[in-house]
Design a binder for this molecule. Structure first.
Ligand code: NAD
Length: 457
């Protein structure tokens, strides 16, 4: 496989895809290593994370550069991702022992009852390219700490990053055969599912997630899916500080070039603020620097994948054909690299794909609403269910709206953020299961109930 830098279309190197034989050989090694690892006490299974943190930070310049070359994220944002991911590692250092230790849940006169959290065995982690550190850590760190072995398949659009991220695990003290990187594209991912794995954790598109879910159904193993979204943001009538609202919305839409699962992909604005909001929003978008991701002040770099340009263009064209207005952008840049102009589209409605299909790029539809009731109706009109956000000066205004949202996460006056303290989960076409929080730690275990009775007085 040829690896191409999306910023300038230069050749980065060749990727050797794992054959079925290579995958089986790696799997057998992980099976053996996991048998020993599960006997290691929980305290020792956590020890290596602090050293891993240190190594990541010592190598941050090199790691960030590799990430930027792989998928085009501006270098400053690549560094930001690696630094930000440290918070997740701290969370696991501080909470895994608590949530993975055996609990005594009932002591009666006759019985003692306990829950033990046992590892699943060997898990497959098939991952995406957009935030490889964050989404990788959500899975393979707690999986290892819970006593599992891991077959980690990075995206073919981030294979060099995946290799480096895993090799530092071994430098930090994780046994070499406990985790294996499996390299390749979709066919390689599918081959991984043919193995006798004990669970699969997938991050990626709804389409691939659905095919994985079908494929492993007969195995009756845990299958977690973290999929895409079409996340709405609503601006209520009572917002006094519209500039701050616009700043947050811009980050929510355009951070990582819009290639975030929980990027803001639809904006609804109360009619009383609509014109003012649009003016401020478009001004800010026009001031964003688009270009070489290596430059410090670049905010919008290239898209990771060339084919995404066609998807974005077809959504914009569909909106235009149905009566929408492009306020800025609306086309690809004519240059080397996969650049699409940050694009704002108004006069949109839900017949347009820009308002109902995942865009995964720097384009946004903004729709005027007459009331909170109309906003709620439109926000809920989606097959996805990852996150939804309300910006309002009063929590009392936002709360009833947030309470009705059928999404895994709701935000008040913030958006496009993930915390290790709360579960990260999608509903409907956005996925099944949770990572992060105590729920996401225990997601890599199977509970065993102990019911104990002593005949001694
Ligand atoms: P993708 O579905 O194209 O690929 C994801 C992974 O699956 C890759 O490693 C790929 O090689 C592999 N794959 C492809 N076909 C396969 C098959 N048939 N069997 C097994 N594996 C296969 O997705 P992507 O482009 O890498 O990622 C973008 C998508 O991921 C977006 O939809 C985004 O919203 C979503 N995402 C979701 C979250 C979340 O937490 N919910 C986080 C990040 C990204």
């Amino acid at each position: 496989m040829q690896l191409i830098n999306p910023a300038n279309e230069t050749f980065l190197g060749h990727l050797v895809q794992d054959s079925s034989e290579m995958i089986l050989e790696k799997y057998n090694k992980v099976v053996q290593a996991q048998k020993e690892w599960k006997k290691v006490g929980i305290k020792d299974r956590i020890q290596w994370i602090s050293k891993y943190k240190k190594l990541l930070l010592q190598n941050i310049d090199h790691l960030a550069l590799t990430l930027t070359e792989d998928m085009g994220k501006p270098l400053s944002q690549s560094k930001g991702e690696i630094k930000g991911a440290m918070g997740r590692l701290d969370y696991f250092i501080n909470h895994c022992e608590q949530y993975l230790s055996t609990e005594t849940v009932n002591v009666s006169e006759t019985h003692t009852e306990m829950i033990a959290y046992e590892p699943l065995g060997v898990i497959a982690n098939i991952s995406a390219w957009n935030f490889p550190y964050n989404i990788g850590f959500n899975v393979f760190i707690p999986a290892i700490v819970a006593g599992n072995g891991v077959l980690y398949k990075p995206s073919e659009f981030c294979s060099r990053t995946g290799e480096k991220m895993i090799s530092l695990l071994f430098d930090a003290g994780v046994p070499k055969n406990l985790v294996k990187v499996i390299q390749g594209g979709g066919k390689t991912g599918a081959a991984l599912l043919d193995l006798d794995i004990d669970a699969v954790y997938f991050t990626g598109s709804h389409k691939t997630g659905q095919s994985i879910y079908n494929k492993v159904a007969s195995k009756m193993i845990p299958c977690q899916l973290e999929l895409g979204g079409k996340d709405p943001l609503y601006i209520t009538a009572d917002n006094a500080n519209l500039i701050s609202v616009v700043d947050s919305a811009i980050e929510g839409v355009f951070w990582n070039n819009g290639q975030s699962c929980c990027a803001v992909e639809r904006i609804y604005v109360h009619h009383s603020l609509y014109d003012q909001f649009l003016d401020l929003f478009v001004q800010k978008v026009n001031a964003m620097k688009i270009g070489n991701p290596m430059d410090d002040d670049t905010f919008i770099g290239p898209l990771a994948r060339k084919q995404q340009i066609n998807i974005l263009q077809s959504q914009v064209d569909d909106a235009l054909a149905k009566g929408a207005t492009v306020l800025t952008g609306g086309k690809a840049l004519e240059c080397k690299g996969y650049y699409y102009m940050p694009t704002v589209v108004s006069n949109v409605d839900h017949t347009m794909s820009i308002m109902n299909e995942e865009s995964f790029g720097p384009i946004i539809g903004i729709q005027k609403v007459a009331s909170d009731e109309e906003a709620i109706k439109l926000m809920k009109d989606s097959k996805f269910g990852l996150s939804s956000a309300v910006f309002s000066d009063k929590y009392q205004t936002a709360k009833p709206i947030l309470d009705t949202m059928d999404t895994g996460t709701v935000y008040w006056n913030c958006c496009d953020r993930v915390s290790p303290y709360t579960p990260w989960s999608g509903r409907h076409n956005s996925g099944i299961g949770s990572t992060l929080s105590h729920i996401g730690i225990r997601a890599f275990t199977q509970p065993k109930a102990y019911q104990l009775k002593s005949f001694e007085k």
